[in-house]
Design a protein around this ligand. Structure first.
Ligand SMILES: Cc1cc2nc3c(=O)[nH]c(=O)nc-3n(C[C@H](O)[C@H](O)[C@H](O)COP(=O)(O)OP(=O)(O)OC[C@H]3O[C@@H](n4cnc5c(N)ncnc54)[C@H](O)[C@@H]3O)c2cc1C
Length: 461
């Protein structure tokens, strides 16, 4: 990278914010220390600015990495010295909310939290939620096909996107800001960019579906013997006519104990002593209806689901304490810096057997291994961290992956549920994704980005 890069960038993009590598080194890179390894960061203000940056880089053979909130957990936004970051933070406007059509048109750098707030004014919600809502952007969520807490009900980001605009590797703008659900007009190419982690283009604007939001919510923490029991509770509430299930998050004991200790929860303050905990959320017209439905529902299913203990939160503060147990996952990082972490999807009927199998399998690698397991119960998405400091050796990592990923694809699950492939799961992708899918993906990448300037080294390129 020549020293003339920065002046040339400033001339070509006079309205963009530009940082050089020394400025990057002094700033917070987000959830991945590798995010700010690039030669420069450029923050354009609009789609034309992104296109100008892409053309600038394409002409010079410089590769570009799009970054939104930098909350990605698979190394998809990691950069190296020869690269330039396209920061979407300058494209952060909610251009339109249409309450009648229940759609929002947002720029890609809009955070999920900002969209949630703006939609709530109209009694609507983007129908997708995750703990990083304050920083994660709609463009980043599209690019990783984010899932989160409500995917079991509303689908993943792919199902929330009606249309999108993206700048292609040659600077052309692909524009399909469809606002309707039904369009059967040939190949639906927007899906190529969803889950592509910025390898095919830079998403600049998105039409997001919105749904009516429940007026109020209630939360309970329930102790159960296993995932099957928790699934009975979920099934019961899914059939409820008085309230709507909005969350069903499961925590296995190891993880729940770590969180209880880390958050200094007094023993007995919450029902925490069970093999598994379920954080269950219901939405309804009023708080009383939601709480009543939770209490009645749990009482009705108590024996059948073999519930060990349970508590319906009686205040917002108590509900928040229950959610912190599930959402403050950075406590794992504090206890075990760089602990190896994984994100799998397991078919519903196989959850208990899967957890038992990996617990036993990990012990054959190291007798001290006792994984932290938690996740989105209702869609079978488990997050798994190993209780050791990282990074572990390459061989050790592969051995852990073999235990975790063995038979998953054949059983209909996935080695990467919602965090993407990025850098960190490249090898796993090569070993565990369908070979024909890999070949087709390489062909698509070659067709759209023959010079491999868009986020090279991620997923396929
Ligand atoms: C506490 C915490 C909780 C989380 N919980 C969940 C969860 O429940 N479910 C879930 O799915 N994820 C979760 N995540 C992961 C993360 O929030 C998601 O992957 C999110 O979608 C990333 O968005 P971002 O804007 O931060 O993207 P970034 O981290 O900036 O980028 C992620 C990837 O998308 C690409 N990208 C970013 N913006 C664009 C764009 N405009 N165009 C093209 N490519 C782009 C990047 O190049 C990179 O490959 C969590 C993360 C944290 C830290």
């Amino acid at each position: 990278m020549t020293s003339s890069l920065l002046p040339a960038l400033r001339t070509a993009l006079p309205t963009a914010t530009i940082w050089d590598s020394s400025e990057l080194a002094s700033r917070d890179p987000g959830f991945d220390g590798r995010n700010f390894g690039a030669a420069a960061l450029v923050r354009p203000k609009d789609t034309e600015g992104v296109a100008a940056l892409v053309r600038f880089c394409a002409e010079r053979g410089i590769s570009l990495v799009a970054q939104g909130g930098r909350t990605g957990l698979a190394g998809g936004a990691a950069t190296s010295a020869g690269q330039v970051i396209c920061d979407l933070g300058g494209l952060n406007q909610i251009e339109e909310i249409d309450p009648l059509a229940r759609t929002a048109i947002v720029q890609a750098g809009t955070t999920l939290g900002a969209l949630q707030e703006a939609a709530a004014v109209h009694g609507l919600d983007p129908g997708i939620d995750l703990a990083a809502r304050g920083s994660a952007t709609i463009g980043g969520m599209v690019s990783t096909n984010a899932g989160g807490i409500m995917a079991f009900r509303n689908g993943t980001m792919r199902h929330r996107v009606l249309g999108l605009e993206a700048v292609l590797p040659d600077g052309r703008v692909f524009c399909d800001l469809t606002r309707v659900l039904k369009t059967s007009a040939g190949y639906d190419l927007k899906h190529l960019f969803i889950g592509a982690e910025g390898t095919l283009g830079i998403v600049t604007r998105v039409t997001v579906r919105l749904d009516p939001v429940a007026g109020a919510g209630a939360t309970a923490l329930v102790g159960v013997p296993d995932a099957r029991s928790a699934q009975r509770i979920v099934r019961h509430f899914l059939a409820s006519t008085s309230a709507r299930l909005t969350a069903a998050e499961i925590l296995w004991r190891n993880f729940a104990s770590l969180m209880q200790r880390a958050l200094n929860y007094a023993p007995g303050s919450l029902p925490l002593d069970a093999p598994c905990l379920l954080v269950v959320g219901l939405g309804a017209d009023s708080m009383e209806t939601a709480r009543g439905a939770l209490e009645d529902g749990l009482a009705a299913i108590w024996e059948d689901a073999a519930i060990v203990d349970g508590l319906v939160a009686s205040s917002e503060a108590q509900a928040a304490a229950m959610w912190r147990l599930r959402e403050e996952t950075e406590q794992i990082e504090r206890a075990h810096p760089m602990a190896p972490s994984f994100d799998v999807s397991v078919p519903a009927g196989a959850l208990d057997a899967y957890v038992a199998r990996i617990e036993a399998g990990l012990k054959t690698i190291d007798a001290s291994y006792a994984p932290y397991v938690y996740g989105h119960l209702a869609d079978g998405n488990l997050h798994i961290s190993i209780n050791c400091d990282g990074p572990v050796s390459h061989e050790r990592h592969e051995a852990i992956e073999d235990v975790l990923y063995e038979g998953l694809r054949e059983a209909g699950g996935s080695f990467s549920a919602e965090h993407g492939v990025g850098l960190d799961k490249r090898e796993a992708y090569e070993r565990h994704a369908d070979p024909v899918k890999q070949e087709l993906s390489r062909m698509i990448k070659q067709l759209i980005d023959p010079a491999n300037v868009m986020n090279p080294g991620k997923i396929v390129g």
